[in-house]
Design a protein around this ligand. Structure first.
Ligand SMILES: NC(=O)c1ccc[n+]([C@@H]2O[C@H](COP(=O)([O-])OP(=O)(O)OC[C@H]3O[C@@H](n4cnc5c(N)ncnc54)[C@H](OP(=O)(O)O)[C@@H]3O)[C@@H](O)[C@H]2O)c1
Length: 275
């Protein structure tokens, strides 16, 4: 076990399930104190108790809807009130919607952009100065394989993840001399409870990975001597990402549209779809 986060403080957004909960477990196992944020606080408290008991770390929790106006200020205030200095940030909270954009719920679209993009940028800006000063931690922004091409039927989701990828790679470059390790994590289809609740089988491409596989890919990239500014989890997903990056859009778009079966799908929420 690598205990290279001992005594540091890491914020994990969306720690109440899936990939975020796995990041929380992994970082606590490496000795980090955590701040867990999500809406379902009872789940955060249960995880916090488990991690405090198993690893002797402090894990304050905050029940917060990060898509609401001023929510990120609430998280900053929570951290400051406790006198914490943040070494690491995992911007993981996010969701997607599936269906034709013209019929999508307008309020829910706004919420998606505010969470997947707005909160992620605000939190990165709020904590980046102390994270670079510390130089001991990590910044992980969770993107997706949906970041590599436009995604008909998940137009907003794909665009938010393309933003996360571009933004994070630029920040990785700007902070490359500071010791902070920065990467955009691009999972493909991952078995999370959100998938089960909303049913996304038609929107999924490729085999499911587990959250443990995804997080261990991220940690390997972060532990490397030189952390890559982005990392795709899963061999098949890496090949799809390369394909999407090198092929012209005129080829990639119709293939993606067919895979997503956009015309036939009713509107629904999903955690992710990849192509
Ligand atoms: N699963 C996949 O196939 C896949 C693939 C690529 C990328 N991703 C990305 O991975 C990240 C984690 O997703 P997951 O697969 O682990 O799905 P998940 O199990 O549904 O987890 C999503 C997390 O985000 C939190 N969250 C959602 N809305 C929130 C809000 N308004 N405010 C605060 N927290 C909120 C949820 O907590 P509460 O509901 O308690 O608020 C939950 O902890 C997302 O950014 C997703 O886009 C997922």
């Amino acid at each position: 076990m690598t205990r290279n986060h001992v005594g540091t403080t890491a914020i994990v957004t969306g720690g109440s399930s899936g990939i975020g909960a796995e990041f929380a477990r992994t970082l606590a196992d490496r000795g980090a104190n955590l701040v867990l944020v999500a809406r379902r606080e009872e789940r955060l408290v249960a995880l916090a108790d488990e991690l405090a008991e198993a690893h002797g770390v402090d894990v304050p929790t905050l029940g917060l809807d990060l898509s609401e106006d001023g929510a990120t200020d609430g998280l900053v205030a929570f951290v400051r009130e406790r006198g914490l200095t943040v070494d690491s940030l995992v911007n993981n909270a996010g969701f997607g919607m599936h269906g034709a954009f013209a019929q999508a719920d307008a309020a829910r679209i706004d919420e998606q952009v505010r969470l997947n993009v707005g909160a992620l940028v605000s939190l990165t800006r709020a904590f980046l100065p102390e994270m670079t000063a510390s130089g001991r931690g990590i910044l992980v922004n969770v993107a997706s394989t949906a970041a590599f091409q436009p995604v008909p039927s998940m137009a907003v989701y794909g665009a938010t993840k393309a933003f996360v990828l571009s933004f994070t790679e630029a920040v990785a470059w700007e902070t490359r001399e500071t010791g902070l390790r920065v990467t955009a994590l691009c999972p493909g289809a991952t078995r999370t409870e959100f998938f089960e609740v909303v049913g996304t089988e038609e929107a999924r491409v490729g085999d499911y990975q587990t959250p443990a596989e995804v997080v261990s890919t991220a940690m390997r990239a972060l532990d490397a001597r030189r952390t890559a500014p982005s990392v795709v989890s899963g061999r098949g997903n890496r090949m799809s990402a390369v394909f999407a990056r090198i092929m012209p859009r005129s080829i990639v778009l119709p293939i993606t549209a067919r895979v997503m079966a956009s015309e036939r799908m009713p509107h629904r929420e999903v955690a992710h779809a990849s192509s």
